[in-house]
Design a protein around this ligand. Structure first.
Ligand code: NAD
Length: 261
């Protein structure tokens, strides 16, 4: 597969799954817009490393995915720089693990803004260009929690279920314009987001961190293996391939059998 000349925006790609997906696209020669928080020097090093993977250009945009005006500016800057935004991967996400009665309202608002609303804002900004050119891919990094729930993650599960509905709706709206819209629903991947939840979940459930890994995280993952960022990059690239032209509106589990049970 070669994505030479195509431009991909990956939100939240300074870490974890987003960075893995950015690497996957850079390696097939796409131009990549990296986004997310982090130390400026580390990000610059990562941008240079990504650039070495293929022949595309790699740029960093610091847009905050909780700020609609910054999201719109990120898409228009990418269009101005590269001439098009052909693929948007809505990946930025945060988590809080807390019973609903004590869930901080400001964290609820922030999780809904970053994990759900940002996909609306990127899509709204990028879709007109995709439709005009007759080709585009919108890939929403949802979660197994876009399909099923777990306790103490009310905001996250709500946002991810929202993404499932948004994915279906925009898929129908864009279906005749060469644009597909899909969600990938990973099970647990050992990224900083999950590492951080281990002590939180241990506290919320009153169990040890080892027990969280064994009895909570991998309990429902029938393969007993964490999903890897490389596997998710492979699935995202597949959704950009010609073979996937008629796949649209789906929420594809990559979860070791979790949501099959
Ligand atoms: P991570 O914490 O490693 O990375 C999150 C990225 O989002 C970082 O680059 C961070 O800087 C960025 N980010 C956070 N807030 C942002 C904001 N306001 N604006 C811009 N960027 C922001 O997390 P991850 O595990 O790689 O998660 C990535 C996505 O995958 C999330 O949507 C998450 O819900 C989803 N997911 C993760 C898992 C898992 O097990 N790790 C499973 C299913 C789904």
């Amino acid at each position: 597969m070669n994505m030479n000349g195509k431009t991909v925006v990956v939100t939240g790609s300074t870490s974890g799954i987003g960075l893995g997906i950015a690497r996957g696209f850079a390696a097939v020669n796409a131009n990549v817009v990296v986004n997310g928080f982090g130390n400026a020097a580390d990000i610059e090093k990562e941008v240079q490393a990504l650039e070495k993977l293929g022949s595309g250009a790699v740029v960093y945009d610091a847009a905050d995915m909780s700020k609609p005006d910054q999201i719109v500016a990120m898409i228009s800057n990418a269009e101005a720089r590269f001439g098009s935004v052909d693929v948007v991967v809505n990946n930025a996400g945060i988590q809080t693990v807390e019973p609903v009665e004590t869930f901080p309202p400001e964290r609820w608002d922030l999780i809904i803004a970053i994990n759900m609303n940002s996909a609306f804002h990127t899509t709204r900004a990028a879709l007109p260009g995709m439709k005009r050119r007759g080709w585009g891919r919108i890939i929403n990094i949802s979660s197994a929690h876009g399909l099923v729930a777990s306790p103490y993650k009310s905001a996250y599960v709500t946002a991810k279920h929202g993404i499932t509905g948004f994915t279906k709706t925009v898929a129908l709206e864009a279906a005749q314009n060469g644009v597909t819209v899909n969600a990938i629903c990973p099970g647990y991947v050992l990224t900083p987001l999950v590492e951080k939840q281990i002590p939180e979940t241990a506290a919320a459930r009153g169990i040890s961190e080892e027990a969280v890994k064994r009895d909570v995280l991998l309990a429902a993952q029938w393969t007993k293996k964490f999903v890897t960022v490389e596997q998710l990059a492979g699935v995202a690239l597949f959704l950009c391939s010609d073979a996937a032209e008629n796949i649209t509106g789906i929420s594809l589990p990559v979860d070791g059998g979790w949501t099959a049970a």
